[in-house]
Design a binder for this molecule. Structure first.
Ligand code: ATP
Length: 253
C-alpha cells in the first residue's frame, strides 16, 4: 500500500549550504496498517510526511501509494488544526469533502460521531482547542482516505482530551481501515496507537528500529501493558530512546 524510499532530502541552511534532513530512509505500510513514526526533534519526521503526502516534490526518492493505477485519497492532520475561521465547522469539513449530498451526509454523520452536532453551524473561533482538533479529525476522515498522514495531531492537549481524541481516531480508523502514518515525539502515545512503530535516527533521519505492537485495543498511553513495553524498550534500546521528547525520563511512570 505504501512504500517509501528517500535517498536524500536536503534543505539549504541560512548560509546556503545543504542540510541533509533525511538519507537512506525506507518505510512501508500494509493496507489498513497503523504505523507510528517516532524520532528526536529535527530528525525529519515532518519532512517525511510532506514528501509522502506530495507537499514537497524536491526529494531524491520514490513513493508508491496504493495499488499501481488505482486511485487513492490522502488525508492530512497537523498539529495546528488549520481551520478556516470564516467558514462554519460544517463548511470546513465540506471544503475537503466536497459539496455532493453524499459528502454532506458523511460530514454531518462524522461531526455527530465527534460529538460536534450542536456546533456544526458555529465558527471555529468559538470552539475550544480540543473541539477544533475534533473538527480537524472529522475533516481528515470525510474523504475516507486510503492513506492518512498525521503530524503530532494531539500535541499540547491535556491528557483526558488527548486520550479522547486518540479513542475517536482509533474508532474511525477501524471503521475506515485507512493506512495511517502517524508522527509523534511521544513513545507512549505511539505504543498506545500503533500496529508498528518505526524509530528514526537523529538527522539525517532513517529507520533504525521497527517494533510490531501486539497489544489488545482499546489502549491508552497510561495502560500497564504499554508501560511494560516502554520499559522493555528502554532497557533494550536506551540509545534510541535517549533522543525522544521525554528522553526516557518517564521510564518508571
Ligand atoms: N523549509 C525548511 N528550510 C530549511 N530547513 C528546514 C525546513 N524544514 C525543515 N528544515 C530542517 O530540516 C530538519 C528536519 O526538520 P523536520 O521539521 O522535518 O523535523 P522533525 O523531526 O519533524 O522535528 P520536530 O520533531 O522538532 O517537529 C531540521 O533540521 C529543520 O530545521
Amino acid at each position: 500500500m505504501l512504500e517509501v524510499t528517500i535517498n536524500r532530502k536536503s534543505y539549504a541552511d541560512r548560509g546556503g549550504r545543504p542540510h541533509v534532513a533525511l538519507a537512506g530512509l525506507e518505510l512501508c505500510a500494509a493496507p489498513g496498517e497503523f504505523v507510528c513514526v517516532v524520532g528526536p526533534s529535527g530528525c525529519g519526521k515532518s519532512t517525511l510526511l510532506n514528501a509522502v503526502g506530495g507537499l514537497d516534490h524536491d526529494v531524491d526518492g520514490r513513493m508508491r501509494i496504493g495499488a499501481p493505477g488505482a486511485s487513492h485519497e490522502t488525508g492530512f492532520m497537523f498539529q495546528d488544526p488549520r481551520l478556516m475561521p470564516w467558514l462554519t465547522v460544517l463548511d470546513n469539513v465540506l471544503l475537503v469533502g466536497g459539496q455532493s449530498p453524499e459528502a454532506r451526509e458523511r460530514a454531518i454523520n462524522l461531526l455527530r460521531a465527534m460529538e460536534l452536532g450542536d456546533v456544526m453551524h458555529a465558527y471555529p473561533g468559538r470552539l475550544s482547542g480540543g473541539m477544533q482538533r475534533r473538527v480537524a479529525l472529522a475533516r481528515a476522515f470525510v474523504i475516507e482516505p486510503a492513506v492518512l498522514l498525521m503530524d503530532e495531531p494531539f500535541v499540547s492537549l491535556d491528557v483526558p482530551t488527548a486520550n479522547r481524541l486518540r479513542g475517536m481516531l482509533v474508532e474511525l480508523w477501524q471503521r475506515c481501515r485507512s493506512t495511517v502514518l502517524f508522527v509523534t515525539h511521544d513513545l507512549r502515545e505511539a505504543l498506545s496507537l500503533a500496529d508498528r512503530v518505526c524509530f528514526l535516527s537523529p538527522a539525517p533521519g532513517h529507520v533504525v528500529l521497527e517494533l510490531p505492537v501486539d497489544l489488545p485495543r482499546p489502549r491508552s498511553p497510561e495502560d500497564s501493558n504499554v508501560a511494560q513495553l516502554y520499559a522493555r524498550l528502554l532497557a533494550e534500546h536506551p540509545e534510541i530512546l535517549a533522543g525522544l521528547a521525554d528522553g526516557g525520563a518517564g521510564k518508571e511512570q
